[in-house]
Design a binder for this molecule. Structure first.
Ligand SMILES: Nc1ncnc2c1ncn2[C@@H]1O[C@H](COP(=O)(O)OP(=O)(O)OP(=O)(O)O)[C@@H](O)[C@H]1O
Ligand code: SF4
Ligand SMILES: [Mg+2]
Length: 352
């Protein structure tokens, strides 16, 4: 696809910091993440487990659980050209963010069982959502609910309306969850590992469904996944996260064909290729992710980095900078001489 994006993103996350505070210390789950989401495009968010993908999504929706909170940054939503709203400044329990959650940004979780109430039928739950979001009466909401189930490819939708979540297979439940998310006609759909619990065929069907829905209504999709194959197929743009930071971002072709950050390169090398010897040991990224209480100083990836430069990488923090027309990287291999970088000072935080 030609890289052509409207100048004004639907959502701009800037220097977002979301920390969890406990007696043992502070977990900087998201620590200065910046990226943009554009209408009609899919942004893939990738990175190893624990790098802050879900906390980023939950921060956008303002559903970060205690003892976590947003301690810095902006989450700017532009519903119309002239309107800007910083979601990070809203009261997480207030009316305003609730109306965003029910009318603008929808969230599809990995396991839809936790999102549906087990004691109400699928139909009742969708009707309730439609009555609240769309101000429809019972009859209209019921018909619209059937429509939605049909749109997401659920067979016999009229009968399914009367079934309980446990009566549906994993794949159908995930479709029903997507129908529920669509009930608010979202401008942005955040899908957090939406297919991980499903078999390969169902995974492909759900991803096709998301793709079709995007074609139909032009919504933006933020697709969080471990699966780089899914990203290669679905995403227009990619954000690579490591320890709560964005280390590289850009159009999917650039990230896959010309990865710059050593972490992105290693992540890509760890995908089995069609040419790999069957059952050969997959390359993995050496070293383990540091414990969240012990973030390395300097570049967070330095203890595992094959290109580590002593005296530079552990002493200074690289910024996320544009290195080509569209690709940004946070690494000293692509930055001006480090003498110009600020020397690190330890921050003092509440709970430290
Ligand atoms: N409720 C919580 N309390 C304390 N720490 C938390 C909480 N939720 C997340 N964290 C921490 O925040 C960091 C980021 O977690 P997050 O769930 O965003 O990772 P992730 O990238 O989504 O991982 P995965 O790929 O496994 O889903 C982790 O270190 C995690 O332990
Ligand atoms: S800044 Fe240094 S340690 Fe970090 S990724 Fe680049 S080369 Fe590796
Ligand atoms: Mg997650």
């Amino acid at each position: 696809m030609e890289y052509e994006v409207s100048d004004t993103p639907l959502l701009s996350v800037r220097d977002l910091k979301t920390y969890f505070f406990s007696d043992e210390g502070v977990i900087k789950a998201v620590d200065g993440a910046s990226f943009e989401v554009h209408a009609g495009r899919t942004l893939g968010i990738v990175g190893e487990s624990g790098c802050g993908k879900s906390v980023t999504a939950r921060s956008i929706l303002r559903i970060v659980e205690e003892p976590g909170r947003i301690v810095g940054g902006e989450i700017v939503l532009r519903q119309r050209a002239s309107s800007e709203l910083d979601l990070a400044k809203l009261n997480p329990n207030g009316r305003h963010i609730r109306s965003i959650r029910t009318g603008v940004i929808a969230y599809v979780f990995q396991e839809p069982m936790t999102s549906f109430s087990p004691v109400h039928t699928i139909g009742n739950q969708i009707v309730e959502a439609l009555r609240t979001h769309r101000k429809l009466n019972n009859r209209e909401a019921h018909e619209r609910g059937i429509d939605l189930l049909q749109r997401v490819g659920i067979p016999r939708p009229r009968e399914r309306m009367d079934e309980f979540p446990f009566q549906l297979s994993g794949g159908l439940r995930q479709r029903a969850m997507i129908a529920m998310a669509l009930s608010c006609d979202p401008q942005l759909l955040i899908a957090d590992e939406p297919t991980t619990a499903l078999d390969v065929t169902t995974q492909a069907q759900i991803l096709d469904l998301l793709w079709d829905l995007q074609e139909q209504n032009g919504m933006a999709i933020m697709l969080i996944t471990h699966n780089l194959g899914v990203v290669a197929e679905m995403a227009d743009d990619v954000v690579v996260m490591y320890l709560g930071r964005v280390v590289e971002q850009g159009p999917v072709e650039d990230i896959f064909y010309s990865p710059k950050h050593p972490y992105t390169r290693l992540l890509l090398q760890s995908i089995p290729s069609v040419h790999s010897v069957p059952r050969a040991k997959l390359p993995t990224i050496s070293g383990s992710i540091p414990h969240p209480y012990n973030r390395p100083q300097g570049c967070p990836f330095h203890p595992r980095c094959p290109s580590f430069m002593r005296g530079v990488c552990e002493a200074h923090e690289p910024e996320l900078l544009l290195v080509t027309d569209h690709q940004s990287v946070s690494c000293f291999l692509y930055q001006p001489p480090v003498e110009e970088a600020p020397v690190l000072q330890r921050e003092v935080l509440p709970g430290d």
